[in-house]
Unconditional design. Structure first.
Length: 237
Protein backbone atom coordinates (compact mmCIF):
# COMPACT_ATOMS: atom_id res chain seq x y z
CA UNK A 1 0.00 0.00 0.00
CA UNK A 2 1.28 3.46 -0.83
CA UNK A 3 1.60 6.10 1.84
CA UNK A 4 -1.03 8.29 0.18
CA UNK A 5 -3.53 5.42 0.12
CA UNK A 6 -2.80 4.68 3.75
CA UNK A 7 -3.27 8.30 4.74
CA UNK A 8 -6.64 8.39 3.02
CA UNK A 9 -7.79 5.38 5.05
CA UNK A 10 -6.44 6.83 8.29
CA UNK A 11 -8.33 10.05 7.62
CA UNK A 12 -11.49 8.00 7.26
CA UNK A 13 -10.93 6.45 10.70
CA UNK A 14 -10.12 9.72 12.47
CA UNK A 15 -12.46 11.13 15.13
CA UNK A 16 -12.26 14.78 16.18
CA UNK A 17 -13.26 14.04 19.76
CA UNK A 18 -10.56 11.42 20.08
CA UNK A 19 -8.02 13.80 18.52
CA UNK A 20 -8.78 16.33 21.24
CA UNK A 21 -8.55 13.65 23.93
CA UNK A 22 -5.19 12.36 22.63
CA UNK A 23 -3.79 15.87 22.21
CA UNK A 24 -4.56 16.61 25.86
CA UNK A 25 -2.63 13.50 26.93
CA UNK A 26 0.31 14.28 24.63
CA UNK A 27 1.03 18.01 24.92
CA UNK A 28 3.53 19.18 22.33
CA UNK A 29 3.05 16.16 20.06
CA UNK A 30 2.18 17.35 16.56
CA UNK A 31 0.20 15.65 13.79
CA UNK A 32 -2.44 13.87 15.85
CA UNK A 33 -5.52 13.20 13.72
CA UNK A 34 -7.53 11.06 16.17
CA UNK A 35 -7.45 7.37 15.20
CA UNK A 36 -8.03 4.95 18.07
CA UNK A 37 -5.37 2.36 18.92
CA UNK A 38 -7.54 -0.73 18.29
CA UNK A 39 -8.25 0.59 14.78
CA UNK A 40 -4.53 1.17 14.17
CA UNK A 41 -3.68 -2.35 15.36
CA UNK A 42 -6.34 -3.84 13.12
CA UNK A 43 -5.08 -1.78 10.18
CA UNK A 44 -1.48 -2.92 10.82
CA UNK A 45 -2.58 -6.57 10.94
CA UNK A 46 -4.43 -6.08 7.65
CA UNK A 47 -1.34 -4.62 5.96
CA UNK A 48 0.68 -7.63 7.09
CA UNK A 49 -1.95 -10.17 5.99
CA UNK A 50 -2.25 -8.52 2.57
CA UNK A 51 1.52 -8.46 2.07
CA UNK A 52 1.43 -4.66 1.75
CA UNK A 53 3.38 -3.76 4.86
CA UNK A 54 6.85 -3.60 3.27
CA UNK A 55 5.74 -1.12 0.61
CA UNK A 56 4.02 1.02 3.20
CA UNK A 57 6.93 0.88 5.64
CA UNK A 58 9.40 1.90 2.91
CA UNK A 59 7.25 4.94 2.12
CA UNK A 60 6.96 5.75 5.82
CA UNK A 61 10.71 5.69 6.37
CA UNK A 62 11.28 7.80 3.25
CA UNK A 63 8.86 10.49 4.47
CA UNK A 64 9.79 13.58 6.42
CA UNK A 65 6.76 15.11 8.14
CA UNK A 66 4.54 12.44 9.66
CA UNK A 67 1.33 12.06 11.58
CA UNK A 68 1.44 10.68 15.12
CA UNK A 69 -0.76 7.82 13.91
CA UNK A 70 1.78 6.91 11.21
CA UNK A 71 4.46 6.50 13.87
CA UNK A 72 2.10 4.37 15.92
CA UNK A 73 1.14 2.32 12.86
CA UNK A 74 4.80 1.71 11.99
CA UNK A 75 5.42 0.23 15.42
CA UNK A 76 2.38 -2.03 15.14
CA UNK A 77 3.41 -3.13 11.63
CA UNK A 78 6.94 -4.04 12.77
CA UNK A 79 5.51 -6.06 15.65
CA UNK A 80 2.74 -7.68 13.57
CA UNK A 81 5.09 -8.78 10.78
CA UNK A 82 6.41 -11.53 13.12
CA UNK A 83 9.89 -11.36 11.66
CA UNK A 84 12.79 -13.35 13.09
CA UNK A 85 14.92 -11.25 15.47
CA UNK A 86 17.71 -10.82 12.93
CA UNK A 87 15.22 -9.10 10.61
CA UNK A 88 13.11 -7.34 13.25
CA UNK A 89 15.91 -5.76 15.30
CA UNK A 90 17.31 -3.68 12.39
CA UNK A 91 13.80 -2.33 11.82
CA UNK A 92 13.51 -1.44 15.50
CA UNK A 93 16.81 0.45 15.28
CA UNK A 94 15.56 2.28 12.19
CA UNK A 95 12.25 3.09 13.87
CA UNK A 96 13.82 4.34 17.10
CA UNK A 97 14.57 7.94 16.00
CA UNK A 98 10.87 8.35 15.27
CA UNK A 99 9.82 7.34 18.77
CA UNK A 100 9.45 10.76 20.33
CA UNK A 101 6.73 10.31 22.94
CA UNK A 102 5.71 7.85 25.65
CA UNK A 103 2.59 6.69 23.80
CA UNK A 104 4.33 5.41 20.67
CA UNK A 105 7.13 3.95 22.80
CA UNK A 106 4.92 2.04 25.22
CA UNK A 107 2.43 0.85 22.61
CA UNK A 108 5.21 -0.54 20.44
CA UNK A 109 6.88 -2.30 23.37
CA UNK A 110 3.63 -3.98 24.40
CA UNK A 111 2.98 -5.09 20.81
CA UNK A 112 6.44 -6.64 20.33
CA UNK A 113 5.39 -9.94 21.88
CA UNK A 114 8.11 -11.87 20.09
CA UNK A 115 10.56 -10.42 22.63
CA UNK A 116 8.94 -12.60 25.31
CA UNK A 117 9.44 -15.70 23.16
CA UNK A 118 13.04 -14.93 22.21
CA UNK A 119 14.38 -13.06 25.22
CA UNK A 120 17.98 -14.08 24.66
CA UNK A 121 17.90 -12.72 21.10
CA UNK A 122 16.48 -9.34 22.12
CA UNK A 123 18.64 -8.94 25.25
CA UNK A 124 21.59 -7.28 23.39
CA UNK A 125 19.19 -4.77 21.85
CA UNK A 126 17.87 -3.88 25.29
CA UNK A 127 21.41 -3.31 26.52
CA UNK A 128 22.01 -1.09 23.51
CA UNK A 129 18.89 0.94 24.26
CA UNK A 130 19.72 1.34 27.95
CA UNK A 131 23.27 2.48 27.15
CA UNK A 132 22.18 4.92 24.43
CA UNK A 133 21.92 8.06 26.53
CA UNK A 134 18.73 8.95 24.60
CA UNK A 135 15.58 9.55 26.62
CA UNK A 136 13.08 7.51 24.61
CA UNK A 137 15.57 4.80 23.65
CA UNK A 138 16.21 4.22 27.37
CA UNK A 139 12.49 4.30 28.05
CA UNK A 140 11.98 1.70 25.31
CA UNK A 141 14.59 -0.57 26.87
CA UNK A 142 12.98 -0.29 30.30
CA UNK A 143 9.43 -0.84 29.02
CA UNK A 144 10.54 -3.89 27.02
CA UNK A 145 11.99 -5.30 30.25
CA UNK A 146 8.77 -4.50 32.09
CA UNK A 147 6.56 -6.06 29.43
CA UNK A 148 8.57 -9.14 28.48
CA UNK A 149 11.35 -9.95 31.00
CA UNK A 150 9.63 -10.48 34.34
CA UNK A 151 9.68 -14.28 34.00
CA UNK A 152 11.36 -15.95 37.01
CA UNK A 153 14.51 -16.91 35.13
CA UNK A 154 14.98 -13.34 33.86
CA UNK A 155 13.66 -11.34 36.80
CA UNK A 156 17.02 -10.70 38.50
CA UNK A 157 18.77 -9.61 35.31
CA UNK A 158 15.89 -7.38 34.28
CA UNK A 159 15.69 -5.75 37.72
CA UNK A 160 19.43 -5.06 37.76
CA UNK A 161 19.26 -3.60 34.25
CA UNK A 162 16.53 -1.16 35.30
CA UNK A 163 18.40 -0.15 38.46
CA UNK A 164 21.72 0.49 36.70
CA UNK A 165 20.42 2.23 33.56
CA UNK A 166 21.39 5.82 32.95
CA UNK A 167 18.20 7.89 32.94
CA UNK A 168 18.53 10.88 30.60
CA UNK A 169 15.29 12.75 31.11
CA UNK A 170 11.86 12.75 32.69
CA UNK A 171 10.30 9.99 30.57
CA UNK A 172 13.19 7.60 31.23
CA UNK A 173 12.94 8.28 34.97
CA UNK A 174 9.18 7.77 34.92
CA UNK A 175 9.63 4.44 33.12
CA UNK A 176 12.17 3.29 35.71
CA UNK A 177 9.88 4.20 38.61
CA UNK A 178 6.91 2.53 36.93
CA UNK A 179 8.90 -0.63 36.18
CA UNK A 180 10.23 -0.85 39.73
CA UNK A 181 6.72 -0.54 41.13
CA UNK A 182 5.57 -3.55 39.08
CA UNK A 183 8.73 -5.52 39.92
CA UNK A 184 8.03 -4.78 43.59
CA UNK A 185 4.49 -6.13 43.36
CA UNK A 186 5.91 -9.27 41.71
CA UNK A 187 8.64 -9.82 44.34
CA UNK A 188 8.63 -7.52 47.36
CA UNK A 189 11.61 -9.24 48.96
CA UNK A 190 13.94 -8.43 46.08
CA UNK A 191 12.78 -4.88 45.41
CA UNK A 192 11.96 -3.40 48.82
CA UNK A 193 15.64 -3.05 49.89
CA UNK A 194 16.22 -0.92 46.79
CA UNK A 195 13.62 1.60 47.94
CA UNK A 196 15.69 2.83 50.88
CA UNK A 197 17.38 6.20 50.44
CA UNK A 198 20.60 6.18 48.44
CA UNK A 199 19.98 3.00 46.48
CA UNK A 200 18.27 4.67 43.51
CA UNK A 201 18.03 8.17 42.05
CA UNK A 202 15.73 10.01 44.46
CA UNK A 203 13.11 10.94 41.86
CA UNK A 204 12.93 7.32 40.64
CA UNK A 205 12.58 6.02 44.19
CA UNK A 206 9.71 8.39 44.92
CA UNK A 207 7.97 7.59 41.64
CA UNK A 208 8.22 3.86 42.40
CA UNK A 209 6.79 4.27 45.90
CA UNK A 210 3.96 6.48 44.65
CA UNK A 211 2.99 4.01 41.95
CA UNK A 212 3.16 1.05 44.35
CA UNK A 213 0.85 2.90 46.73
CA UNK A 214 -1.62 3.52 43.90
CA UNK A 215 -1.98 -0.23 43.38
CA UNK A 216 -4.85 -2.21 44.85
CA UNK A 217 -2.35 -5.01 45.40
CA UNK A 218 -0.75 -2.93 48.16
CA UNK A 219 -2.38 -3.07 51.63
CA UNK A 220 -3.00 0.13 53.66
CA UNK A 221 -0.38 -0.66 56.33
CA UNK A 222 2.15 -1.46 53.59
CA UNK A 223 1.40 1.86 51.92
CA UNK A 224 2.02 3.72 55.19
CA UNK A 225 5.41 2.04 55.59
CA UNK A 226 6.40 2.76 52.02
CA UNK A 227 5.40 6.41 52.27
CA UNK A 228 7.50 6.71 55.43
CA UNK A 229 10.36 5.08 53.56
CA UNK A 230 10.00 7.54 50.70
CA UNK A 231 10.07 10.42 53.19
CA UNK A 232 13.32 9.11 54.63
CA UNK A 233 11.81 7.99 57.96
CA UNK A 234 12.72 4.86 59.87
CA UNK A 235 10.32 1.96 59.44
CA UNK A 236 10.13 -1.30 61.32
CA UNK A 237 12.06 -4.23 59.75
Amino acid sequence: MTRDACRAQLRGMAEEGYRQFSSALLPGVAGIIGVRLPALKKFAAGLVRAGEWEEWLAGYFAAGERWFEEDMLAGFVIAAAKLPPEACIPLVRRFLPRVGNWSVCDSFCAALKDAAKRRECYWPLIGELLDSGEEFAVRMGIVLLLDHYRAPDWFGRALEAVCTAGLPGYYAEMAAGWALSIFYLDDRGKVRPLLTAGKLPERVRRIAVRKICESRRCMPEEKAELRALAAGKEVRP
